[in-house]
Design a protein around this ligand. Structure first.
Ligand code: G3P
Length: 218
């Protein structure tokens, strides 16, 4: 499973990239707005920090506007992935960009039917939002299961399922069990993956015994 981080906070990305576990970055208009920085500037800095795909979302909602913005964004760096909403204009733009060889992440996916449309439109990634479905009492991970079942029936579909709107390590584990290709994680959730109290307890015990024995390696 590939791990992307879902943020436009460059300091967070820099720190997490140092772990060697980061395969890409996703942003969205809300995350870029939160960064307080110009879009092209922050995307350029992120693309220089992470070699993998960096999703940059268009703000236009019409086909022509999306293509205009996509052409600006993809000039920033080779690893820019254009993010478009799962709308008729968004999928039409996806098809055109995919035909040009541009990576496209189709976002705001909330149903298996939508995911199938994104795949038919040639999306590189489709982003089902599990947390936002959970938030309204629907089964977010059930959507991932349905999408993976459908995609497995058609091996010629190359679209990767990029699990988004992740709220906890359990979302990551369940998505991995289902064979989802990518999970994009808020920085805090990515850090939570490391944590287990028995790891901390066990390490403390090892170090205490080592110190008590007065041992050294170097
Ligand atoms: O950036 C796409 C998605 O991961 C955002 O999800 O629900 O945390 O805003 P959310």
């Amino acid at each position: 499973m590939k791990f992307f981080v879902d943020t436009a906070d460059v300091a967070e990305i820099k720190q997490l990239a140092a772990s060697g576990l980061l395969d890409g970055v996703t942003t969205n208009p809300s995350l870029v707005a939160k960064s307080g920085r110009p879009m092209r500037e922050v995307i350029a800095e992120i693309c220089a920090l992470v070699r993998g795909p960096v999703s940059a979302e268009v703000a236009a909602t019409d086909y022509d506007g999306m293509l205009t913005e996509a052409h600006v964004l993809r000039e920033i760096a080779r690893n820019v992935t254009i993010k478009v909403p799962l709308t008729p204009d968004g999928l039409r733009a996806c098809r055109r960009l995919a035909d040009d060889g541009t990576m496209v992440n189709v976002t705001l996916c909330f149903s298996p039917a939508q995911a199938l449309l994104a795949a038919k439109a040639g999306a590189t990634f489709v982003s089902p939002f599990v947390g936002r479905l959970d938030d309204i009492g629907e089964h977010g991970m059930g959507l991932i299961a349905d999408i993976m079942t459908i995609f497995r029936q058609y091996p010629y579909l190359k679209t990767e399922v990029l699990v988004a709107s992740v709220r906890s390590p359990m979302h990551v584990v369940e998505a991995a069990k289902l064979g989802a290709h990518v999970a994009t994680l808020p920085p805090a959730v990515l850090r939570q993956l490391f944590n287990h109290p028995l790891t901390d307890k066990g390490l403390a015990a090892f170090l205490a015994d080592w110190k008590k024995a007065g041992l050294s390696i170097a």
